[in-house]
Ligand binder design. Sequence first.
Ligand SMILES: [Zn+2]
Length: 268
Amino acid sequence: MASSFLTGLGEGTVRDLVGREDWLPRGDYPSLSRLLMGLANHTGPGEDLKRWRLSSNGVFSVKSFYSFLVDGGIRCPWTPVILKGSCPRKVNLINWLAWEDKILSLENLALRRCNLLPSTTCVMCHSNVESTNHLFLQCPVALHVWGFFGHLFDVRSNPSSMRDLWGNWRKNIKRPLSTFWDLLIRAITWNIWIERNARIFSSSCASNATIIVKIVHMLLMWLNAVPEAKRAKLEEPIKKIKKSLEFVATREVELNAPPEHISSTGEV
Ligand SMILES: [Zn+2]
C-alpha cells in the first residue's frame, strides 16, 4: 500500500510528503494523520538526510548489515552461551538441544510417533520414561555422575531440570569454578548421551565409573582449546579431577574384576 501512496513522487523524501494530501489514500486513517501532524511540527528548515540506523555514524556499511543479518535470528540470551563452549560444536549442539528439550529422547520420539523401540523406558535404569530431564539429570546413572563431581567440588544440589541447569543452578556455581563447570556440564551431557546411544544401538554397557573416566578424559582433551586467559582458571580444578581419576580407575578395576579371580582371603 505504501508504494501506491507514493506513486508519482519518485524518490520523494518525508519533507516532500508533509503538507501534501494528494498522495493520501481515501478513508479514515487516524494513526497516519497523527504521524503526519507530528512530522509537520518537527520539520525544520534544513534538508532531509538519509541515516543508516545500524551504524553509529549513520553511514551505510556492508559490515553493519551483515552483523544485523547474522545476529538477527537469535533473541534468546542463553543460546549463545550454550553454543559457544570451548569444545567441539557437536557437543555444544547436543547441550543446546537438551536444554531446549528438542533432543530425540524416547519420550520425544514417542510424541512424534517415531519411536521404533517397544517402549519409552530408559535404557540406563529400565524403570522410568526416558524424558530429557530424566536421562540427563534424574536417572540413577545421571545422579551418580552429577553426585560424583558435585561431591568433588562441594556443589551440594543437583539441577532439577535442564532449564534449571543452565539457569539458576549454573548461577550458583562459585565464580572461580564457573569456567570449569561450564565445560563439565557439557562433557557430562555428551557422555550420558553417547552411553545411552551405545546401549540402544550397540548393546554395550559401560559402568558408572567408566562414564566418569570418559568425562574426565574429555575435559583434559578440551583443555588445549580453551583460550589462554581462561586456562589459568582451570588449573586447580583439573588438578583435583586428575587426582580423582586415579581413585576412580582403581575402583573400576576392582569392580570389573571377575569374582573367580578373587580368593576367599581377598587376594587377586
Ligand atoms: Zn533412567
